[in-house]
Design a binder for this molecule. Structure first.
Ligand SMILES: Nc1ncnc2c1ncn2[C@@H]1O[C@H](COP(=O)(O)OP(=O)(O)OP(=O)(O)O)[C@@H](O)[C@H]1O
Ligand SMILES: N[C@@H](CCO)C(=O)O
Length: 351
């Protein structure tokens, strides 16, 4: 007799303009993982993205192995067959690494029969991905604000590729060989799910190049002028409520999605970003509520209530008109989903 677990984790868009490392929206685009325990063979299944299928290297299985080892299990129950189907594009600002980390925690919880609460799952996610915006939204769903208690992360913890350079990954790997597994302290992440009008959809324009979060974070300055911090705080406070109004106020939201903390420093990494942010507004683009970089980029997120395809066309044209032949893009119109990550257990033969 086998048991199959079907794990579903939504993509997320982090920051939403001013809420750098704070805000996340979960979107109707999914990473799915099917794990079958006590099947007849042990093997890691194919995924669509060409990522490592070595369970000690792949972010989903590395995360699961970390959580299992925190519970005294050094490996998956044997044999475990894992099949990954990833529809979230990698390194585009749609929370692929956050989804992989969340999936890994749910995978360990399922196959190890750990019965972790979502709060405890968030602790594990935050030991690996150090900013809570993507993982909190992927785990619980909807429009989510979160903060993190500072913790010591030295020791044997897998780090999300998004946060660590390859050099840092090698250093961490060397440290891990000799260190004890580090359990997360309890309650290191705190979140609230905020209201978001059902009229709002996410127009996502996804350039056909990857931008590693580590590179986009390395572009940020070490300190900020107080006027820029205040600029973001003012807008963020308004944004938390403005998106929840049943009839959204376009100009209120448009201004509340402006940012001076991360987008200005990342513009050289996303050709066309300044023009896109400066060109489209609710007067010249009816239906548009606000526009920003999705996560660390390069995807553009436009929140809108109408004229979705026209909004997408305008943004795509700016990318297409960049020097040296322009930038190819994909367009996805996504819903904001109120359900976060889930795992369904099905007893019986599978595969
Ligand atoms: N399904 C997956 N399986 C294994 N590893 C993954 C998966 N998805 C993402 N990753 C890892 O995460 C890396 C991308 O993470 P990164 O943080 O740079 O981008 P992102 O999460 O897509 O963007 P953002 O954090 O801005 O939303 C990939 O190169 C890969 O190493
Ligand atoms: N808040 C993060 C999101 C990317 O994962 C950033 O902008 O770097």
């Amino acid at each position: 007799m086998s048991v199959t677990f079907d794990i579903n984790v939504p993509a997320t868009s982090a920051n939403i303009g001013p809420g750098f490392d704070v805000m996340g929206l979960s979107l109707s685009l999914y990473l799915t993982v099917r794990a079958t325990v006590q099947a007849t063979q042990a093997e890691f299944g194919e995924n669509s993205s060409g990522l490592s299928l070595d369970p000690t290297k792949n972010l989903i299985t590395r995360t699961a192995l970390y959580v299992l080892s925190c519970h005294g299990a050094r490996d998956f129950p044997h044999p475990t067959h894992v099949v990954v189907n990833n529809r979230i594009p990698l390194g585009r600002g749609l929370g692929s690494s956050g989804a992989a980390v969340v999936a890994g925690v749910l995978l360990a919880d399922a196959v190890g029969e750990l019965q972790l609460t979502k709060q405890r799952m968030l602790d594990y996610c935050l030991m690996i991905e150090h900013h809570p915006d993507n993982v909190a939204a992927a785990l619980v769903g909807g429009f989510v604000a979160s903060y993190l208690i500072e913790v010591d992360r030295s020791g044997n913890i897998p780090e999300s590729e998004g946060d660590a350079s390859q050099q840092r990954q090698r250093e961490l790997e060397a440290q891990r060989q000799n260190s004890e597994i580090k359990l997360p302290p309890a309650n290191i992440g705190h979140y609230v799910q905020l209201g978001c009008s059902s009229k709002i959809k996410a127009v996502t324009i996804i350039p056909q190049f990857e931008l590693a979060t580590s590179k986009a974070r390395a572009a940020l300055p070490g300190s900020y002028e107080i006027k820029d911090v205040v600029f973001n705080l003012q807008r963020l406070a308004v944004l938390t409520t403005a998106l929840g109004r049943e009839t959204p106020d376009p100009w209120l939201i448009y201004r509340a999605m402006e940012d001076k903390v991360h987008q200005p420093y990342r513009k050289h990494l996303i050709p066309g970003l300044p023009e896109i942010l400066a060109t489209l507004n609710p007067d010249n683009t009816p239906g548009l509520l606000g526009i920003c970089l999705s996560g660390a980029g390069p995807t553009i997120l436009a929140l809108a209530v109408d004229n979705f395809d026209q909004i997408a066309d305008k943004i795509r044209k700016v990318f297409a008109s960049q020097p040296d032949g322009g930038i190819d893009t994909h367009y996805k119109l996504l819903d904001i989903v109120s359900e976060g990550a889930s795992c369904v257990k099905t007893p019986g033969p599978a595969l």
